[in-house]
Ligand binder design. Structure first.
Ligand SMILES: NC(=O)c1ccc[n+]([C@@H]2O[C@H](COP(=O)([O-])OP(=O)(O)OC[C@H]3O[C@@H](n4cnc5c(N)ncnc54)[C@H](OP(=O)(O)O)[C@@H]3O)[C@@H](O)[C@H]2O)c1
Length: 245
């Protein structure tokens, strides 16, 4: 899919990977719709980006997701790309995970991600084309202690994403998954609970554990939209990925 002129809905666009993706997409000529709960942030970003729109949206609320899709249709008459990026971590050893915290990340990282796909599929089917990039996590590529509940939620998203890719191919909708590694964003200070030294960004960390920039993830997301590959990761080989960047 061509990024230039594409109408792109980015969830979780108020910070980190979502904001960087919106910036990179707008620079490449996309018309972006920024969705997140922190309205003042997305409004400020929309003012920076030519032709961008902002819509306050809690992705766990179906009506707000529908309103975000409608914002794209009202503004541009179509919706070509969903960057399904809103998410939150939960970095607590499994013995100590509060089930309510686990339910909350499942609701956001899995149920809302599925609902967001469903919200755009109707429109994309009508158009006969579309691209969806689901933002998962490199934590799903290797089994490690400490973030099991978060990794389980993202592993569920991986499966939804892979199955959706098969189910939607005939409709001309391409579904891809991106697996970011440790990225220097607010993610690590806005975990649902817990915190892990091993996954907290630190400039003192060994080179392969140094945080990546959200702009690096954004470039990989744009490349997935362009080429339609099934997946891409930013995870070094030592941690189960294929990234050499
Ligand atoms: N940073 C990392 O090391 C890392 C590693 C692997 C994967 N990831 C994944 O990358 C994605 C982006 O995270 P990030 O690193 O950019 O973290 P971030 O800066 O904390 O961004 C998370 C975004 O999600 C949004 N969000 C959270 N709950 C929401 C809700 N209920 N409704 C709508 N938006 C919601 C936040 O916006 P509001 O609070 O304004 O709603 C924010 O824009 C996440 O899916 C995360 O799991 C991150």
């Amino acid at each position: 899919m061509d990024i230039e002129n594409a109408v792109m809905l980015v969830t979780g666009a108020s910070s980190g990977v979502g904001a960087a993706t919106a910036r990179a997409a707008a620079a490449a000529g996309a018309r972006v719709v920024l969705a997140a709960r922190r309205e003042e942030r997305i409004r400020a970003l929309a003012e920076e980006l030519p032709g961008a729109r902002a819509v306050a949206c809690d992705v766990t609320e179906a009506r707000q997701l529908a309103a975000a899709v409608q914002t794209a249709l009202d503004g541009y008459g179509r919706l070509d790309v969903l960057v399904n990026n809103a998410g939150q971590g939960l970095h607590v050893p499994l013995a100590d995970v509060d089930p309510d915290d686990f339910r909350a990340v499942l609701e956001l990282n899995v149920v809302a991600a599925l609902a967001a796909m469903q919200a755009v599929v109707l429109v994309m089917r009508r158009q006969g084309a579309g691209s969806i990039v689901n933002v998962s996590s490199g934590t799903t590529l290797a089994v490690r202690p400490g973030a099991g509940a978060y990794a389980a939620s993202e592993a569920a998203l991986n499966m939804l994403s892979s199955v959706a890719r098969l189910e939607l191919a005939d409709a001309g909708i391409v579904v891809s998954t991106v697996y970011p590694f440790i990225t220097a964003t607010e993610f690590h200070s806005s975990l649902r609970a817990g915190g892990l030294r091993a996954t907290a960004p630190s400039e003192d960390a060994p080179p392969e554990l140094r945080p990546q920039r959200p702009e690096q993830v954004a470039e990989v997301i744009l490349e997935l939209i362009r080429c339609g590959a099934e997946r891409a990761d930013l995870v070094p080989e030592r941690f189960g990925g294929s990234y050499r960047g």
